[in-house]
Design a protein around this ligand. Structure first.
Ligand SMILES: NC(=O)c1ccc[n+]([C@@H]2O[C@H](COP(=O)([O-])OP(=O)(O)OC[C@H]3O[C@@H](n4cnc5c(N)ncnc54)[C@H](O)[C@@H]3O)[C@@H](O)[C@H]2O)c1
Ligand SMILES: [Zn+2]
Ligand SMILES: [Zn+2]
Length: 364
């Protein structure tokens, strides 16, 4: 089989690797039908995530078809279409039991394309399959559910739920990349009165308006804090979501927030940011951080099935899985290509020598 292999900073190739096989009775082997690339994969390629060993297949977001299951797997079977999420749950450790598999200490958490081989490949070995994958409801296409593997639950859990967006709130979203746009999309579930998107790229602000932002501010060109104070009559926003991952945008969020408001940090930070307690201590501000747990994925799937949520506008570019290298080039140059998410589609080949995959109705 083939996969996209990381060979150290700046180096990745689509190449032949050993076939996947069941290693634990709780494993499943999944044929990848659709996968996508995440900004985090670009961080890995820059060398920002040193625990990723050269030789690791990248990718942590996919939809596929089960081709084989270990002896202990009881809830999925060959032929089932499944969403393979960025977070794996062992289902047994303290954190998994408390609803925080992002913090799993039993061998799960964010492991794909990080601590074990990932999902930008023709097949993947999926540990703890019973407690980690989500069956795709019949009738939904791969593209309809693919972005539930990471960006939708991340934006919803770490941005909207941690920020406790309430009906009538004014919400500022700093950063209108896939995560910021997914925050706009899922914040709507709570009917905020107003959403203000901030970014330094006008093309992203245009997308923010399309996704539902009421006001957009280019904070490289105007004094964002002054503008937000004007819009909110000098009070500030109820919720500010940091969706960039830079010291200045975190600090900006703490300037935009009203007394008693909530700053939800979603961005991954590589540098220290200053916490201005000398201004914040008296303002009753709540600041949250977090890694996604993906515990809301089943609920988000029901919303898609019910026609209440449609993440397909995130798909801007499509490639065959064997064109993953070209897809990385397009995704990494989003400023020029206007890429949001790229969809990598598998060839849906029946596995040689393995169990035949049942033809599945509704597959995209
Ligand atoms: N906490 C989690 O579990 C989790 C999961 C996935 C991603 N993330 C993080 O969320 C962040 C956003 O992800 P993404 O995929 O949308 O990233 P992205 O790089 O595609 O988008 C970031 C956006 O921020 C804008 N931006 C850059 N500098 C800015 C500035 N100074 N002011 C305003 N806007 C600015 C960019 O123009 C871009 O539109 C990243 O840091 C990512 O690593 C966190
Ligand atoms: Zn990701
Ligand atoms: Zn666990």
């Amino acid at each position: 089989m083939k996969g996209l292999v990381y060979h150290g900073p700046g180096r990745r190739t689509w190449e032949t690797v050993p076939d996947r096989r069941i290693e634990q009775p709780t494993d499943a082997i999944v044929r990848i039908d659709a996968a996508t690339i995440c900004g985090t994969d670009l961080h890995i390629l820059k060398g920002d995530v040193p625990e990723v060993e050269p030789g690791t297949i990248l990718g942590h977001e996919a939809v596929g078809t089960v081709v084989e299951v270990g002896a202990a797997v009881t809830t999925i079977a060959p032929g089932d279409r499944v969403l393979v999420s960025c977070i794996t749950s062992c289902g047994r450790c303290r954190f998994c039991n408390e609803g925080h598999p992002g913090l799993c200490t039993g061998g799960g958490g964010w492991i794909f394309g990080h601590l074990i081989d990932g999902l930008q490949a023709e097949y993947a070995r999926v540990p703890f399959a019973d407690t980690s994958v989500h069956k795709v409801p019949a009738g939904l296409t791969d593209e309809q559910v693919l972005f539930l593997a990471d960006i939708l639950p991340t934006a919803f859990e770490v941005g909207v739920l941690s920020g406790r967006v309430q009906p009538g709130d004014t919400v500022a979203i700093v950063g209108a990349g896939p995560i910021g746009l997914a925050t706009i999309m899922t914040a709507k579930l709570f009917t905020p009165a107003r959403m203000i998107a901030l970014d330094v790229a006008d093309a992203r602000l245009e997308l923010a308006r399309q996704f539902g932002a009421d006001v957009t501010i280019n904070n490289a060109e105007e004094d964002a804090a002054a503008r937000v104070m004007e819009i909110t009559k000098g009070i500030g926003v109820d919720v500010a979501v940091e969706a960039v991952g830079a010291p200045e945008t975190f600090e900006l969020c703490t300037e935009l927030i009203r007394p008693g408001g909530r700053v939800a940090n979603v961005g991954v930070h590589g540098h220290a940011a200053t916490l201005h307690l000398e201004k914040l201590w008296i303002r009753d501000v709540t600041i949250t951080t977090g890694l996604v747990d993906t515990v809301t994925t089943p609920m988000l799937l029901r919303l898609i099935e019910g026609g209440r949520l449609d993440p397909t506008p995130f798909a801007t570019h499509r490639f065959g899985l064997d064109q993953t290298e070209a897809a990385y080039d397009v995704f990494a140059n989003a400023g020029e290509t206007q890429a949001l998410k790229v969809v990598l589609t598998g060839a849906r080949i029946e596995p040689a020598g393995g169990q035949a995959v049942a033809a599945v109705a509704g597959a995209a």
